[in-house]
Design a protein around this ligand. Sequence first.
Ligand code: ADP
Ligand code: MG
Length: 342
Amino acid sequence: MAQGEFNLIRRYFAQPALNFKKASVLLGPGDDAAILSIPAGKQLVVSMDTLNESVHFPADADPFLLAQRCLLVNLSDLAAMAAEPLAFTLSISLPEPDENWLEAFSQGLAVVANAYQCPLIGGDTTRGPMSVCIQVHGLVPAGKALLRSGAKSGDAIYVTGELGDAAAALWWLMSDTRLNQRALSRPSEQVLNQAFYQPDARINAGVALRDCASAMLDISDGLASDLRHILRASSTDTNSLGAVLDSRLLPLSDIFRTMVPEQEQIKLALSGGDDYELCVCVPASRETDARAAMAVLGIRFTRVGTVVDCVGIDQAGIQLVDAEGAIKALDWQGYTHFVQGG
Ligand code: ADP
Ligand code: MG
């Protein structure tokens, strides 16, 4: 790599605001590889997410906010496993090294890295179309990670926080022509930016739910779509699971209610992605404890439905109780990907 790029790495990534000390990190950036030691009784949990310009974020995205989103969506995967952050690596590809952009990007990273005590321990810096790939490493007590595969018929289905805000924000932010103006009224830019770029990674919630939940994941593609991952993973050869969701119980924010036309709200809350809230299955015997744990953390925790045996519905089928209390099959999926102007 050219000398100039070594200087960029030193100035923006191999620097104290990002490489702060942490137990278990024996060696950070600067050598051929980093070294981590895994404490006795813990397991290493690893996850990676790539964000590409124009696919996952707009070309003119604010680098300070973008960096936060890149790290937060990765941390959210650790939260969904009930793990705690240990450290992260970063592979970044840039068309032209723009120092102002890098400065803001590294500052954004440092804000989240510090907030979650997750230092940057290494990475790769290359030229190419703009793309950011982060790998997070987390720790969980051995055997205590929460998987998608533990849900049982009768478990209550909960979500943290509120649903749909990020989808509404993305709809606005990604639409160059603001096609969606017809459908959305516009709250402040700041509120939209925050919903999309600064999702909470629910680390504390994940840890607190370790001993209460049967299955958990973070909602990146919409509750309807992501809940199906749990239902499929938790179904067995002899027992297929489905779910009943009550549309009247979905936690919607005031901003969401203001922005999104009423007839679109349930669909967007269930199918819009990027919320990074946790979807949590809780056995009846653990519900009181789970609710109490979330109350202590001050995190909204809403029961939205129940896991059921698949009788009369497809495996992983979801039935929705509508505003009038009628039950119907949910026949649309989460958006598999945002379609510009769609
Ligand atoms: P190598 O040729 O051995 O792969 P690199 O030039 O890619 O070395 O990286 C040199 C050092 O700088 C390594 O320790 C690497 O982890 C670190 N590094 C490179 N890019 C980044 C980055 N974007 N963030 C953090 N550390 C980085
Ligand atoms: Mg390299």
